[in-house]
Design a protein around this ligand. Structure first.
Ligand code: SF4
Ligand code: SF4
Length: 376
């Protein structure tokens, strides 16, 4: 078992971290403000980070507001997740070219990009681990996902603020990063300015930390970092009892609440797009106008579309009730059977970005409180 060191890093030290990652050939991606939201994109310097911004979140609501200090990571999670990079929305799988009577098929070359992710939250580390099981854990490994994932360097940031829709504490996935990172930072804001307590979680992380200007964290700094995480854990925007969800939902597949939520759900698929664990895709073929070149492209799909369950003449799940139920029971119940864990990490994105504010924690609560058959 690796020992975890705790070091102190200034804001300048964080800039040195970004520079060191770039010098080592990583594409450095982190949080930045765009279109009045905090999204993940390429960053070069601390100036790209959402300094002084925080987010207000509720069902169907997201706003950026000023914090009144210079915190760099003083927000929860936004509409993007890291799956955008590891499992991109559009990905060509192969191309084919006709040359006379023969056809040449060329598989898509492996993506050699080495990503460094800055600001990965504890729930997102769990989401990446879940997608690892999906794409790498079975008999059929996704080679593109593997190529991107293997080269990845992860700088986690422990949450210093719980979002209004967060419930990671209920799901056992946060707010402290416990595993799956190379470095983990806790931001401490003193007199309005940030500094960081850093833990190394891998040999690569320890190696990089050694190359940065840092010192051992003082006992007071470690205590302050622990207090930041404890305060976040105590201020979750939502909560959801999760230990019995599989049986609760499977016992209640005909509950009247599914009709109720179907009255509100627009089947827009937003919840699946923003969810960091949803992984479903479809494939599309396209050809040029001369019919000599063609390509197959994989793109994100959603169990909320009519086409998703279309087989020879009709959709298995033709109504909203069936589609919402499929999504929620897969996420919270049958995912356990398929992958050995919940498919939900409690990030709250599906609540915030649902245009009508449907709240997965509220749907569970409603079923729990009004179920007829209480089980054994
Ligand atoms: S189901 Fe909702 S809360 Fe759970 S991981 Fe997906 S987006 Fe986050
Ligand atoms: S639950 Fe909300 S986000 Fe999901 S499909 Fe329905 S309306 Fe769209």
């Amino acid at each position: 078992m690796e020992t975890i060191e705790k070091a102190a890093l200034t804001a300048d030290g964080l800039q040195a971290l970004l520079d060191a990652l770039e010098a080592r050939g990583y594409r450095v991606v982190g949080p930045t403000v765009r279109d009045q939201a905090i999204v993940y994109d390429d960053i070069e310097s601390l100036a790209d980070l959402p300094k002084g911004w925080t987010d207000e979140q509720d069902g169907g609501r997201y706003r950026l507001t000023a914090r009144g200090d210079d915190a760099l990571f003083g927000y929860a999670v936004g509409p993007h997740s890291w799956k955008k990079f590891l499992h991109p929305p559009l990905q060509r799988l192969w191309q084919a070219k006709r040359d006379g009577a023969s056809v040449q098929v060329t598989p898509e070359p492996k993506d050699e990009t080495r990503f460094a992710f800055i600001g990965v939250r504890a729930c997102e580390l769990h989401a990446i681990a879940i997608q690892d099981r999906v794409f790498l854990g079975g008999a059929h490994v996704d080679p593109q996902y593997r190529a991107r994932r293997e080269g990845c360097f992860i700088v986690a940031v422990n949450c210093g603020k719980a979002g209004g829709t967060c419930f990671c504490a209920s799901m056992g996935t946060g707010p402290k990063a416990e595993a799956g990172f190379d470095l983990a930072l806790t931001e401490i804001v003193e007199d309005g300015a940030p500094k960081f307590v850093v833990e190394a979680g891998s040999a690569g992380g320890r190696d990089l930390l050694a190359a940065l200007p840092h010192r051992a964290a003082a006992a007071g700094e470690i205590a302050a970092a622990d207090a930041v995480v404890a305060e976040t854990a105590a201020s979750m925007g939502r909560e959801m009892r999760a230990d019995d969800l599989r049986d609760l939902l499977m016992r209640n597949l005909e509950h009247a609440r599914w009709d109720d939520v179907a009255e509100r759900c627009l089947t827009c698929g937003n919840c699946t797009m923003v969810c960091p664990t949803c992984f479903c895709t479809t494939v599309e073929d396209s050809s040029d106008l001369t019919g000599t070149e063609t390509a197959r492209t994989q793109r994100w799909d959603s169990c909320f579309t009519m086409d998703f369950s279309y087989i020879h003449g009709g959709s298995v799940r033709s109504g909203t009730r069936a589609r919402y139920r499929q999504w929620m029971t897969h996420k919270l119940a049958t995912w356990h059977d398929q992958f050995g864990s919940s498919g939900c990490v409690g990030c709250g994105r599906c609540i915030t970005w649902c245009p009508v504010g449907i709240d997965i924690t509220e749907e569970v609560r409603a079923i729990r409180e009004s179920q007829q058959d209480k089980g054994a």
